[in-house]
Structure formats: structure tokens, C-alpha cells
Design a protein around this ligand. Structure first.
Ligand SMILES: Cc1cc2nc3c(=O)[nH]c(=O)nc-3n(C[C@H](O)[C@H](O)[C@H](O)COP(=O)(O)OP(=O)(O)OC[C@H]3O[C@@H](n4cnc5c(N)ncnc54)[C@H](O)[C@@H]3O)c2cc1C
Length: 404
């Protein structure tokens, strides 16, 4: 049996980018994914908020990230459909836009307040009926499915091996992880990295490891055929998701993520829309904070109707387009940074997850991580160190020996 240098579990944006960077370092890599068509990456808008750094470190990562996106199609030899367009963060007439300026001033490239008329100038499909105004900033955009495909193709061209299978467990000898298990076979590797998004916590839990990773149940609707052309990407000026994530992962609620299913916070609807180059349009997004992994018990018809109503109040052109409701898990950590690096007390096992809005910063983080594990560069500014799982006191120590 081959022993790979690395096995990467999960082919979302995190696993796809990391596996590509690892083969670029000359390592032998197996990328394993269960083929879930509704992974967070496959349901994602693909927006690149490269303006959203809030300190020199995150802005440097955003700058590196957008530079990488600008030349990624050429590097990979396949298109990611990268482009830059106007983001509109809209608000209704009942909101005083000036009261939101402070919230946007914290970003290194602050979105600018514009009037409803100016917003309509950028997005002619908007209705003025309830539009108070918007904040606007240049935003990057890729097609997430094409980006995955481009990363995977380049990975395989460089000798990486890709396989569709569900990882059911980890093979361990004493405190060293030596491989993965699937329904049919075991695969050996010197290092395993869990990049399974919202499923990472459960996968590690079934091996008696605990990591402070949380998830939201995200719901959105795919409209495959929309005749109207949208020029901008539209999100709400007051997004509730990040505040709700903070509440759901606080020290007070942490214990609820173990054991039986709980609803940690009330569901929220952040109404947004993005259109891809072929006209396919995604509208969303409802986030539910339930600790279990299954999409149930959601009333799909009501959920879809709520998302449609919220967006058609702004964009009536979307009212009658047929669509498909979808559900995915989006993972996040307690401080907004991802969770990466070796899991303490378990040799050969790493985590690379918790990327809640990763399109802006993930590419440079994956590259740094791959170079760091190969010792081809040091984490001289301590950036990766800030993202290590050990920053949380209760981080991943096996409560009992790891099960085979
Ligand atoms: C509607 C929506 C819009 C979004 N918009 C944006 C945006 O504009 N910009 C942005 O930056 N972010 C956005 N996000 C968030 C972003 O898409 C996700 O955070 C990101 O894609 C997560 O990537 P990931 O690789 O960590 O996880 P995932 O994409 O979930 O990938 C994990 C993979 O692991 C696989 N897997 C899980 N368990 C196993 C197992 N046991 N064995 C094998 N494989 C397994 C899963 O099937 C999946 O393919 C959005 C998310 C949603 C839902």
C-alpha cells in the first residue's frame, strides 16, 4: 500500500487550495471527498471581500489573496471566472445610512455611503420603492465550482491523486495517526489534514477529539435561469450572521455543542444575491444555529418563500424565476479566524477549517501553511501561529485514547 506524504479530507475551497499547495511543494498527496453537491463551497456566492481587512495583518492577507485571484486562472490553466464588480450593501428607507458609517470605517478599504439614486445607477434592476441607500466598494468574484475544478485539475496534473469516498475514521497507532478509513479500504499517510468544513468537528469527535469549531445551517436558492442581467453583487448593509456566530460560539454556549441537538440562536435572514456569468443566480441566505448536522426539520417551502420575498422587495425581476432550495453547513470559529495546524497530543493529524468567509484570504493562508509544513518558509510574522488550534484553552486534547 502507498504511503502518501499527506491525505487531505475534504474538497471544498480549503481542501482544494491546500492540496494544490502541498503538491506544489513536491509532496505526494491524496485528496478525498464524499462528493456532497451541497458543500458550503458549492453553494457559495464566491464573493472576495478583499477590502475587509481590519488590521495590517488581515489586510496584507486580503491584498495577497486578491493578487492571487487575479492571476489564478492563468496559473492553473483553467478559468475561475474571476472578475471585479461593485458590491452594494443596501439598506431600507427606515435606516439612517450615516448611523452605519462607523461600522464600515473599521475596514482598511471602507465601503462608501451612496444615495438610493446612486445605487440604482450602479444596479438598474433595483427598485427605489423601499431603498434608503447603500454602501459600495469594489469586490472580487469567482465561480466557486469552476475555482474548485481549476484547483483540482492543476493538483492532478502535478501528480496529486483525487478520490471520491467518505472518510469514516482515522487509523491510529498509539498517539500517531497513520491513515484514514473508508467503507472499503484504509489509506496510509505520514500526515492527515481535516479540511471537512462543517463536518470537521463531528469527524474528529468520532475519534474522541474535540475542536472548538461550530457551524451554521445555511440555506439558499439557486435560480438556474434568470433573464434579467445583474451588474452588481447585493448584500445587506446590516448583516446579522457574524453577530449571531459570535453568540453561538461564546463560552456560555460551548457545552451545548456536545451531546444532543440544540438550537443555539434564532435563525436569521441576510438577504443577498449574486449572478454568475452564465446567468445562474444564487439568492439567500438563511442561517440556522442548530448543533446537529442534518438539514431537517426545515419547512423548505416557507424558507424558500422568505428568501424570495426579501430579495424581490429589492429586485422584482427575480420574482418568478424557477429555483431550487439548497442547504449546506458553514463552519466558523470563536474569533473569526480559521483553525489550522497540528492537533496537540496527536502526531500526524492537522486541522484546516473554520473558514467562514474564506475567498478573500484562504489562498495565501493555504500557500503559507504548505510552505510552513515543508519547512520551506518560516511563519516569521507569527500569522499561522495566531490561527493555531492551541489558541483556545479547551483545544483538542483527546479525552480518551484515540479510537481506531
Ligand atoms: C450561500 C452561501 C454564500 C456564501 N458566500 C460567500 C462569499 O461570497 N464569500 C466567501 O468568502 N464565503 C462565502 N460563503 C462561505 C464559504 O463558501 C465557506 O465558508 C467555504 O466555502 C467553506 O469551505 P470549506 O472547504 O472549509 O468547507 P466545504 O466547502 O463545506 O468543504 C468541505 C468538504 O468536505 C467534505 N466532507 C465532509 N466530511 C467528509 C468525510 N467524512 N469524508 C470525505 N469528505 C467529507 C464535504 O462534502 C465538502 O465537500 C458562503 C456560504 C454560503 C452557504
Amino acid at each position: 500500500m502507498d504511503t502518501f506524504d499527506w491525505i487531505v479530507i475534504g474538497n471544498g475551497l480549503a481542501g482544494a487550495a491546500l492540496s494544490y499547495e502541498l503538491v506544489c511543494q513536491g509532496l505526494s498527496v491524496l485528496l478525498v471527498d464524499d462528493g456532497n453537491p451541497d458543500s458550503a463551497t458549492r453553494c457559495s456566492y464566491g464573493g472576495i471581500a478583499y477590502w475587509s481587512g481590519t488590521n495590517p495583518i488581515t489586510q496584507t492577507l486580503c491584498d495577497l489573496g486578491i493578487e492571487r485571484h487575479r492571476q489564478l486562472s492563468e496559473e492553473l490553466g483553467a478559468t475561475t471566472e474571476f472578475r471585479e464588480l461593485d458590491l452594494l450593501l443596501t439598506f431600507g428607507v427606515e435606516v439612517d445610512g450615516t448611523s452605519l458609517v462607523e461600522q464600515y470605517d473599521k475596514f482598511e478599504i471602507a465601503p462608501q455611503l451612496i444615495s438610493a439614486t446612486e445605487a440604482k445607477g450602479l444596479e438598474p434592476q433595483l427598485t427605489m420603492a423601499n431603498l434608503g441607500g447603500a454602501f459600495t466598494v469594489k469586490h472580487g468574484h469567482v465561480n466557486p465550482i469552476k475555482t474548485l475544478s481549476a484547483l483540482n485539475q492543476a493538483f492532478r496534473r502535478l501528480g496529486g491523486q483525487q478520490m471520491m469516498a467518505t472518510v469514516t475514521g482515522l487509523v491510529t497507532i498509539k498517539n500517531k495517526v497513520t491513515g484514514i478509513l473508508t467503507a472499503t479500504q484504509a489509506y496510509a499517510a505520514s500526515n492527515i489534514v481535516v479540511a471537512a468544513g462543517g463536518y470537521s468537528r463531528q469527524l474528529l469527535r468520532s475519534n474522541n477529539l474535540r475542536v472548538p469549531l461550530y457551524h451554521t445551517h445555511a440555506e439558499m436558492v439557486t435560480l438556474p435561469k434568470v433573464d434579467a442581467h445583474l451588474q452588481t453583487l447585493i448584500m445587506p448593509a446590516v448583516a446579522q450572521r457574524f453577530t449571531a456566530e459570535h453568540t453561538a460560539s461564546s463560552a456560555n454556549t460551548d457545552h451545548l455543542w456536545e451531546g444532543g441537538p440544540h438550537e443555539i440562536a434564532s435563525p436569521i435572514l441576510d438577504s443577498g444575491v449574486v449572478q454568475f456569468l452564465d446567468g445562474t443566480t444564487y439568492i439567500g441566505q438563511i442561517s440556522r444555529f442548530r448543533t446537529d448536522l442534518a438539514p431537517n426539520p426545515v419547512d423548505v417551502a416557507t424558507s424558500e418563500a422568505d428568501m424570495r420575498q426579501a430579495i424581490t422587495e429589492q429586485l422584482p425581476c427575480l420574482a418568478h424565476a424557477p429555483g431550487q432550495w439548497r442547504h449546506s453547513l458553514v463552519t466558523f470559529s470563536r474569533d473569526g479566524l480559521p483553525l489550522l495546524g497540528p492537533l496537540p497530543g496527536v502526531d500526524g493529524l492537522h486541522i484546516f477549517a473554520g473558514f467562514t468567509s474564506p475567498f478573500a484570504m484562504l489562498l495565501p493562508i493555504a500557500q503559507r501553511f504548505a510552505r510552513w509544513v515543508c519547512r520551506s518558509s518560516h511563519d516569521s510574522d507569527g500569522l499561522l501561529d495566531k490561527m493555531q488550534v492551541t489558541r483556545f484553552s479547551q483545544a483538542s486534547t483527546p479525552k480518551t485514547p484515540i479510537a481506531n
